[in-house]
Design a protein around this ligand. Structure first.
Ligand SMILES: *Cc1c(COP(=O)(O)O)cnc(C)c1O
Length: 457
């Protein structure tokens, strides 16, 4: 056989297998993949390879392999032990929010429309009332994420002026969110005060002046300074700012609407407490709150009005899908007693280690069975989960899971790669030479069993 036997793109497209490819992937992609397959085969043959017995079939196989790439956005199992994993999309939403979001996607809704008067409404109004009720704030507004909330607040309060921040709070959250850079983009001049470990009331008093647009307090979300330290707590700082007639902006980062110490977590001020000790408070929608990505700004009505009048706000507004989902999540907070049943983030956070150990024991036989042929031993192990996304960075939650260890020295990376490549990817973390599957975030045993069934296929 020679190059003359190379079938044309049209002929392969016209074959029944070609038609199936078109059916699955559409004419444009199928044609493109077949053309690339023909080109690849031609160049192989020109470089001395034998022409295959059925060149059309080999081109189709090439095209199929090229097109069948699984969707990287397919659902996966987060068994990393980090409940709010930024790289895995943070919070898993409650069913109430899923339904509200899908209704919003399928239908028209009165997003900016007053159903009573028939005139124009405001999209923020759907969340404003709930946020006021849940935080006690005078007013509230919502933007794309908390980074936007901080940027917009600083720009509104301190563009062309100074913003005072303690050196102990000049944080980097990762992903280029660094306070000095955000400050610069907000058009505010950063005034750093105090030292890394100690900042005092007198430091604030000495640096607040006529040019000050805002005092910023930032939650040190992803680290903690310990030892010989001092910070000015929000209540005292609020008094200092008030006396100087300057607004205090408190960026809580994760922020929570309820006191998490009832689930054994460290006591952190809730958004409602923070509101009483600041003029504006910002926090995230998809961290501890357990909703979709969003940034909340709550506090003084006059300042919220200025924020809403800032043209930047329009560039950061939420769409109807997220407003619907957020509203559903916030409504769950009106009934705090049932939150852990209904809100996945809190349910995962509140799970007791003993319950997770029992789950690991239940799953052990199935998982061990799936691993045996691959040369991995499985045992139940205790481990530590974390909240993630900069919430309570130094606190861990006693948890349990399954440890997968290579019998004949196979590296845990190999099994980690294999599990990541499953139709439903299973993502654990490597520790002490084993791949650990922390089960804290696994709601249904069956989800893991059926994901592992993908190994056989
Ligand atoms: C996470 C965090 C942010 C950014 O919030 P996003 O919702 O991820 O944009 C800002 N400030 C602090 C203190 C944070 O912890």
């Amino acid at each position: 056989m020679s190059l003359r036997d190379l079938p044309s793109v049209d002929r392969i497209l016209g074959s029944s297998a070609g038609a199936t490819l078109v059916e699955s992937y559409g004419k444009a992609r199928a044609t493109d993949a077949i053309r690339k397959g023909v080109d690849a085969l031609r160049s192989d043959v020109l470089q001395g390879a034998d022409m295959p017995a059925d060149p059309g079939a080999s081109v189709l196989e090439f095209a199929h392999n090229m097109l069948k790439r699984p969707d990287p956005l397919r659902p996966c199992l987060n068994l990393t032990g980090t409940i709010l994993h930024t790289n895995l999309g943070r919070a898993i939403l409650p069913e109430e929010a899923v339904r509200a979001a899908s209704d919003a996607m399928r239908n028209a809704l009165a997003l900016e429309f007053d159903l009573q008067g028939g005139g124009r409404g405001a999209r923020d109004d759907h969340l404003r009332g709930l946020l006021r009720e849940l935080t006690g704030a005078e007013d509230a507004t919502v933007v794309n994420n908390n980074a936007a909330a901080v940027l917009l607040s600083l720009n509104t309060l301190a563009a062309g002026r100074e913003a005072v921040v303690s050196r102990g709070e000049l944080i980097e959250i990762g992903g280029a969110f660094r306070i000095p850079d955000i400050m610069a983009r907000a058009g505010a001049r950063l005034v750093e005060i105090g030292t890394t470990n100690r900042t005092h009331a007198k430091d604030y008093r000495a640096s607040i002046g006529d040019a000050t647009g805002a005092v910023l307090k930032v939650h040190t979300s992803n680290y903690r300074i310990e030892g010989f330290t001092h910070e000015v707590a929000a209540p005292e700082l609020h008094q200092i700012a008030k006396a100087a007639g300057v607004p205090l902006l408190n960026d809580l980062g994760s922020g929570s609407l309820i006191d998490l110490s009832r689930y054994g977590m460290r006591r952190e001020p809730t958004a409602a407490e923070a509101v009483t000790n600041a003029d504006l408070v910002t926090f995230s929608g998809d961290k501890l709150l357990g909703g979709p990505q969003a940034g909340f700004i709550v506090g003084r009505a006059d300042l919220i009005a200025r924020i809403n009048a800032n043209p930047m706000k329009r560039a950061m507004r939420l769409d109807k899908i997220r407003i619907a989902a957020l509203s559903a999540v916030l409504k769950l907070y009106l009934d705090p007693d049932r939150l852990t049943q209904r809100l996945p983030t809190l349910r995962m956070l509140a799970r007791q280690q003993s319950e997770i150990v029992a789950q690991a024991q239940r799953l052990l036989p199935e998982v061990a069975g799936a691993m045996r042929g691959l040369g991995y031993d499985v045992r139940v192990t205790e481990c530590e989960s974390q909240v993630g996304s900069g919430a309570l960075p130094t606190d861990t939650l006693p948890s349990a899971g399954l440890a997968l260890t290579g019998v004949s020295g196979s590296a845990p990376d190999d099994i980690a790669t294999l599990l990541r490549g499953l139709p439903v990817p299973v993502i654990g973390h490597i520790s002490g030479g084993a791949l650990i599957l922390d089960l804290r975030a696994l709601d249904e045993d069956d989800a893991l069993v059926s994901a592992l069934a993908g190994i056989a296929r």
